[in-house]
Design a binder for this molecule. Structure first.
Ligand code: ADP
Ligand code: F6P
Length: 447
């Protein structure tokens, strides 16, 4: 059997304890454990000339990490501008904040071509290539132009919008035509599949995508949650609660995650259900993400103001309703924080999947599980109907669900959790990857 070559912009650093937050790196790393593979992508570093360099190879536990640098201009135009100030908001249905420039498109294409040039130098004929996410949509076509005959699959970790939204992207039709080069296109949900298939039809293309909802490694996460529960830092958090309930939010600082909406929902709880004043603490952990992009800077300012406002309004001299952190927390510690939490508040306005919801479930203690409050607009929602599903745009809906979660009797918490945990355990990251690669393997070979 040939090798698996995974390609993504973000590659987890193989040797560091604190990893950058993000579903792609977490989900894929879980999926690739023990598989003989190469993971190619951006090193996270910059150099003067990205074309004239050799990838750096580093083999860790069966996975060879092969990374290349970007130039500063590529980082800005390919990663910050085209990928994250245009494609990200567009694919999350936020047409109002997109920013298109032809020069960014040129550099987006340049980086995809540069990735293809590097890849063809070490590809073997029986390799299988698996390309990930919106940074690399044209990579399959670039590889085909260079004569690559291997099977090439593509998986998108974020939502796919309907044609009425997608066609706002000036090169939409070109991108869709290029996506036909992939032997298999995987998306997170059936809704995304309907949307992309509608886009293909809109452009007269005969191609169809398939849904492969991603999972986590629930066993490992649960084990970390148990193993670290006596860690001094976890104990510090527990002691600081003084018996109060813990509501937890964990997300990259991103406007798609609905963090201001969640804060307004919590504030509404404090106003409408004053019995929870002093009875709960809301801990929001949101490491900075894409901090050079202006919409992320605007969100950070909004959150600084909102957290300060709500705390100023409702705090007492010995109780602060919201604790807000913008630095990442090591994953092992995070797992135990989830286990300690009584409620997880996961309120994206739109999200490809949302692994945090699954991690919270995996980390719970079966004897005394916490409650998941989850947005209808997370890709995870169709699989997680036993969560308290809410509409994040309605702060009263969020407040009612929080009250229900904070007062839910043990037997109902257990019933809901058991059903959720069954699903999280059934559809793991490893299962997701195996399923995708099996279907890719069965597609007719490219001519
Ligand atoms: P996205 O891919 O949009 O970031 P997901 O919820 O799918 O969203 O994945 C986020 C991943 O990043 C999860 O595995 C989560 O545990 C991790 N993560 C999120 N916030 C933090 C944080 N504050 N510190 C460490 N890891 C985080
Ligand atoms: O899962 C969606 C995703 O955009 C990944 O593509 C990405 O790696 C992750 O979120 C985190 O974002 P970034 O790589 O921009 O830090």
């Amino acid at each position: 059997m040939g090798r698996l070559i995974v390609v993504s912009n973000r590659v987890p650093s193989p040797r560091e304890r604190t990893q950058p937050a993000g579903g792609l790196a977490v989900g894929l790393r879980d999926a690739m454990k023990g598989v003989e593979s190469v993971w190619f992508g951006w090193s996270g570093q910059y150099s003067e000339d990205s074309a004239d360099q050799e990838p750096v190879f580093d083999k860790v536990e069966g996975v060879t990490f092969a990374t290349v640098d970007l130039t500063r201009e590529q980082y800005e135009r390919f990663y910050e501008n085209f990928s994250n100030a245009l494609l990200w908001p567009l694919f999350h249905y936020r047409i109002g904040i997109i920013d298109f420039h032809r020069e960014d498109l040129r550099v987006y294409r340049e980086v995809n071509a540069m990735f293809a040039d590097h890849l063809v130098r070490f590809l073997k004929p029986d390799d299988t290539i698996w390309v990930h996410d919106y940074h690399l949509m044209p990579l399959g076509a670039e590889l085909r132009k260079r004569g690559v005959k291997c099977k090439i699959g593509f998986f998108l970790h974020i939502p796919f919008p309907p044609w009425s939204v997608m066609r706002v992207l000036p090169p939409a039709a070109e991108f869709l035509r290029e996506m036909v080069s992939y032997d298999l296109i995987g998306l997170q949900t059936e809704e995304d599949v309907r949307n992309l298939n509608e886009c293909f039809r809109g452009c007269g293309l005969d191609k169809a995508a398939q849904a492969f909802p991603i999972g986590i490694d629930p066993k490992e996460f649960a084990q970390q949650a148990v193993d670290n529960i006596r860690d001094p830092e976890v104990k510090r958090l527990k002691d600081s609660l003084r018996g109060r309930k813990l509501i937890l939010g964990v997300d990259r600082l991103d406007y798609s995650k609905g963090i201001p909406e969640r804060l307004r929902g919590y504030e509404t709880l404090l106003k409408r259900y004053p019995e929870h004043l002093r009875g709960a603490v809301f801990l929001q952990i949101s490491p900075l993400s894409r901090a050079g992009v202006s919409s992320y800077q605007t969100l950070r300012r909004e959150l600084d103001e909102l957290v300060g406002f709500i705390n100023g309004q409702h705090a007492d001299f010995d109780w602060t309703p919201i604790r807000y952190l913008t630095q990442p927390v090591p994953r092992a510690l995070l797992a135990s924080f989830h286990r300690l939490a009584d409620v997880a508040l996961v309120t994206p306005l739109r999200d490809g999947m949302n692994l945090v919801a699954k991690e919270f479930v995996a980390a719970q203690d079966a004897a005394d599980p916490g409650v998941l409050v989850l947005s209808h607009f997370a890709g995870a929602a169709p699989e997680m109907e036993n969560a308290l599903l809410i509409n994040p745009y309605d702060c009263d809906d969020v407040a009612d669900a929080l009250d229900q979660a904070l007062t839910m009797p043990l037997d109902e918490r257990q019933k809901r959790w058991e059903a959720l945990n069954e699903e999280v355990t059934r559809n793991t990251a490893a299962h997701w990857a195996r399923h995708f690669l099996e279907v890719l393997g069965e597609t007719a070979s490219p001519s």
